[in-house]
Design a protein around this ligand. Structure first.
Ligand SMILES: [Fe+2]
Ligand SMILES: [Fe+2]
Length: 439
């Protein structure tokens, strides 16, 4: 924990204490990952110094890590537990180079986490009942022919048109003159969406804000207009856009993937993307969060509409020890990222959201690399750390061009992972109160 003058701050640093104006007015909560907007606000409110903990550029060993740190050292257990953890991770990291570079950093953090999990009596990773059931499913002897993107979407009635509430929210997002009232109005007609949105707003981002503001505002954000006030109209509309699509997650056939694990992988990728976006300043943090939430939406469609193909693809990914998206391209003709991007384009989602989803496994198009690179790395972090799963067991290889485009350091990435993990746990608990955080 160190005091820094405002001029010494840079995006990615994390506030160790609430930021208050010289007059004592609450400005930002402890735990805020500073982005360019925060830095401007601090200057605008005449703050001279704040206390920060971890920063993307900082050496994590020299700063105080947040609670539930994934980088905390694990006591040497003479191989007891560590050997089992290493065996589990050997499968997960089968396609990655763990000898050096950022993937080695993630391997070390994942190994520490697995050892802690085993020492706490948790199950060996990657051996969930769903995985066992899946491995017993017979492989279809016939090799099915490729499918078409349009055909898959056409066969799913829920996908022919976007949720009605989405259209209203999208109108607000497209209109630069939209107001606070417009944003709240577009959401409040769907009570289920509004309730989910308020839970989300009350959890990972703003729980600390609300605690800090207790006495001046209610402890919880209990209305949309108050949520707009805290989050901002456009940011709330962006979050609502993501949440409006979440009912699709309930349709995942359980024989493929446990819905809750899929949700955890999606929230983990969202939390990671948000932290990476804030640290690198590449894209708006809320947009990154929503792109992370929806990044594997194409796989929900293939699990429902391409059952035989996915059976073949998942078995081949197991046997050949490759990421599932690689086999999807061979068996189906395209991967879930292309399908998800196609769906979001059809629904006229904002173009940057669509591109982040469409290219998260395909960074061959250099024009688009900055934005998809955020989701590419976020998905790798979520998979490497074992945060849920969307059917794929192998950490995809990190594209060197994406890593370079992001401009992160290895120490910076290590410092961000505990922040992501804490945010994932808070968001999961807001949707599943019995959710157990990481050990
Ligand atoms: Fe993916
Ligand atoms: Fe993913």
């Amino acid at each position: 924990m160190v005091r820094r003058t405002v001029s010494e701050l840079s995006p990615g640093m994390v506030l160790a204490e609430d930021a208050l104006t010289p007059g004592g007015r609450f400005l930002m909560p402890r735990g805020t990952i500073l982005d360019a907007g925060h830095l401007k606000s601090l200057v605008a409110w005449n703050l001279t110094e704040v206390t920060v903990i971890a920063a993307a550029e900082a050496n994590p060993q020299s700063t105080e890590a947040p609670p539930s740190s994934a980088s905390a050292p694990v006591a040497d257990d003479d191989g007891d537990g560590r050997a089992a953890a290493e065996a589990a991770l050997a499968e997960r990291f089968a396609c990655s180079d763990v000898a050096g570079g950022p993937t080695a950093v993630l391997y070390r953090l994942a190994l520490d986490r697995e050892v802690r999990r085993l020492q706490a009596g948790g199950p060996v990773a990657d051996q969930t009942p769903v995985a066992e059931e899946r491995s017993r499913r017979p492989i279809d002897p016939a090799t099915p022919g490729p499918l078409s993107l349009e055909g898959l979407l056409r066969d799913e009635p829920k996908l022919v048109s976007p949720p009605e509430v989405y259209l209203r929210i999208n109108d607000v997002l497209k209109d630069p003159a939209s107001t606070v009232d417009d944003a709240a109005e577009s959401i409040k007609h769907d009570p289920s969406l509004a309730a989910k949105l308020l839970r989300l707003v009350n959890s990972s981002y703003y729980a600390r804000t609300m605690r800090a503001m207790r006495g001046r505002f209610p402890a919880k954000i209990d209305s949309l207009s108050r949520a707009v006030m805290v989050v901002g109209a456009r940011q709330l509309a962006t979050l609502a856009l993501g949440v409006s699509v979440l009912p699709l997650f309930q349709d995942i056939p359980p024989q493929w993937v446990n819905m809750r694990l899929f949700w955890e992988h999606s929230v983990g990728c969202a939390a990671a993307a948000q932290a990476i976006a804030a640290a690198t300043g590449r894209i708006n943090a809320e947009t990154a969060f929503v792109a992370g939430l929806l990044h594997d939406i194409g796989r929900i469609i293939t699990f429902k509409q391409a059952v035989v193909h996915m059976g073949v693809a998942m078995r081949r990914a197991e046997v050949e020890a490759v990421p599932l998206f690689v086999v999807e391209r061979e068996v189906i003709g395209f991967d879930h990222a292309a399908l998800g991007g196609h769906l979001l384009q059809k629904w006229q989602f904002p173009a940057n959201l669509e591109k982040m989803v469409r290219y998260h496994h395909d960074l061959g198009e250099p024009l688009f690399i900055d934005e998809p690179a955020v989701i590419h790395l976020a998905d790798i972090v979520a998979t490497a750390m074992g945060w849920g799963g969307s059917g794929n067991r192998r950490v995809p290889p990190l594209d060197p061009a994406a890593w370079e485009a992001l401009g992160l350091t290895e120490d910076g990435l290590a410092g961000l992972v505990p922040v992501m993990e804490a945010r994932l746990a808070e968001t999961m608990r807001s949707f599943f109160p019995d959710h157990q955080g990481p050990p």
